[in-house]
Design a protein around this ligand. Sequence first.
Ligand SMILES: [Zn+2]
Length: 125
Amino acid sequence: MIIEKYHITNVMEHIVEEITNEMFAMPNIDMCICDRCRADVIALALNHLHPKYVVTEKGRLYSELQNYTFQTRAEVLTEVLKAMEKVKEHPSHPKEESIYRNEENIDLDELEKHFENISNNKKNK
Ligand SMILES: [Zn+2]
């Protein structure tokens, strides 16, 4: 919402998005990581949190965000984790279309060889 040069923004949207992005960046995340599921997690978490609107001047949101306490972040994290569980069980697309990060499928022997090769290359130089 914009009134002349002032913006009315729900800071929760930014905090939820930030924390959801952090969660989706985890290497061991065990749910679909597509954009639809990420958006569903954000919407679901926001529906369970009270909005916190602030008035900002253009480009000054960052300093507003800095004021949000650990407690707010902990509250948001709890809702994001709950939303992730729900979206994981009931994604908006068929489960077969899920995109997983698949870290557990990395072949450890292959990985070891890969690092051996790197260190051998370094020795040879
Ligand atoms: Zn998905």
